[in-house]
Design a protein around this ligand. Structure first.
Ligand code: PXG
Length: 400
């Protein structure tokens, strides 16, 4: 068998270098733990950016996957399948939305929401054809398609990938006044993350989402929430917007954990008055809504509900915050987040990546975001004792 060095070298040779992974080669995992090719054990505190909220190889999800894989995997949407309806029925009920449109990756679901909002703008709001505007936020992360990177504010995500699609305006995240000032009669939607995770776990001021909700209703603008990373229990509520009263979106985007950490499953949810605008032939995906994805999605939603993972994230998140308060103060500038989505912003010169490398050596998997922030986002099935162990490792690396 190839050594980890050989595998890393092979990836360097034949894989596009669009990532800079930490030097560990994982070969198996269960729950919150993963093992490398040398059988060293690591606590996964990244959870594939929330996609592994159920932990690795969750038995219920894997059973659904295996059972469905042996029965029916793909039909295309040219035909019905017997798994999509039950999946979307539970999804809509849990999210309190009328209808859902299943896709695969997060970026595809965001693209879907953009198309839906534009169509609504033309057919319902009466925006002149091809003039619809969508407002998004500086610091956003909604995916990697050419349209989406066009309205990113981050050079690394967008430079050299233009020309960019028109029809997007940016405002400062957390500033409802700027949002109101940016709304015009051509504005179809405001697209926003309840917490900007990729921007460094930025939590908006209390009341921001409810203010956005109010402004959107007042000006006949759709509120689109990208809960791809924050949804499905991660922040201590089933959906992150539920931390605020009256912040329910018109259009909700989910992904990542919806696929139980095993399969790409995303979805856009909306009221029937909005989703009903889409006609046959106007949108789709070969794999979207396939029976394997639906079986996995259904099992994941059931597991998140039955294991009360949102409540767990709330309780364990509080516990973790309490423990993190005792961390070596000079090294830490700020600790922020909600539930089990936590960012530790560092004070000194050393980059967060240095700390993540040191944590890796101590058996903790995590990832820097924006140079100075260490992200802590373990699977929601983690135990308090495992969080204690994590805090010990953090204490050790931050003390140096
Ligand atoms: N919206 C949000 C809020 C996200 O965090 C996406 C959309 C896009 O999802 P897909 O499935 O298209 O990646 C994300 C993804 C990466 C990476 O490796 C992606 C995310 C976070 C960190 C790394 O591209 N978030």
């Amino acid at each position: 068998m190839a050594s980890s060095e050989q595998l890393i070298e092979q990836a360097r040779r034949v894989s596009a270098q669009n990532y800079a992974p930490l030097p560990v080669v994982l070969s198996r995992a269960h729950g919150v733990w993963a093992w490398d090719t040398d059988n060293r054990r690591y606590l996964d505190c990244l959870s594939a950016y929330s996609a592994l909220s159920l932990g690795h190889c969750h038995p219920r999800v894997i059973a659904a996957l295996a059972e469905q894989a042996a029965r029916l995997t793909l039909t295309s949407r040219a035909f019905h399948n017997d798994r999509m309806g039950p999946f979307l029925e539970l999804l809509c009920a849990q999210c309190e939305m009328d209808m859902a449109l299943p896709m695969n990756t997060g970026a595809e679901a965001v693209e879907t929401a953009i198309k839906l909002a534009r169509k609504w703008g033309y057919r319902v709001k009466g925006v002149p054809r091809d003039e619809a505007e969508i407002i998004a936020c500086r610091g956003n992360f909604h995916g990697r398609t050419t349209t989406i990177v066009g309205f990113s504010s981050e050079a690394a995500y967008k430079d050299d990938f233009g020309p960019y699609a028109p029809g997007f305006e940016l405002v400062d995240y957390g500033d409802a006044g700027q949002l109101e000032a940016a709304i015009t009669p051509r504005t179809a939607a405001f697209l926003v993350e309840p917490i900007q995770a990729e921007a460094g776990i930025r939590v908006p001021p209390a009341g921001y989402l409810a203010a956005a909700r109010r402004l959107c209703a007042q000006h006949n603008v759709l509120l689109i929430l990208d809960e791809i990373q924050t949804g499905l229990g991660r922040t201590g509520k089933f959906l992150a917007h539920q931390h605020e009263r009256d912040a329910k979106p018109d259009v909700l985007i989910l992904g990542k954990a919806l696929g139980g950490g095993v399969y790409p499953v995303s979805a856009v949810l909306a009221g029937a008055d909005i989703m009903g605008l889409l006609q046959p032939g106007e949108h789709g995906s070969t794999f979207g809504g396939n029976p394997l994805a639906a079986a996995v999605g259904l099992a994941s939603l059931e597991a998140i509900r039955d294991e009360r993972l949102a409540d767990r994230a709330a309780e364990l998140g509080d516990y973790l915050f309490e423990r993190l308060r005792t961390l070596a103060a000079p090294a830490v500038l700020e600790i922020r987040g909600r539930g089990l989505l936590v960012g530790i912003e560092l004070a000194g010169q050393r980059s967060a990546r240095d700390y993540c490398t040191a944590l890796l050596e101590r058996g903790v998997l995590t990832k820097d975001t924006h140079d100075k922030v260490i992200r802590i986002a373990p699977p929601l099935v983690i135990e308090a004792s495992e969080l204690d162990w994590l805090v010990e490792q953090l204490e050790a690396v931050l003390a140096h």
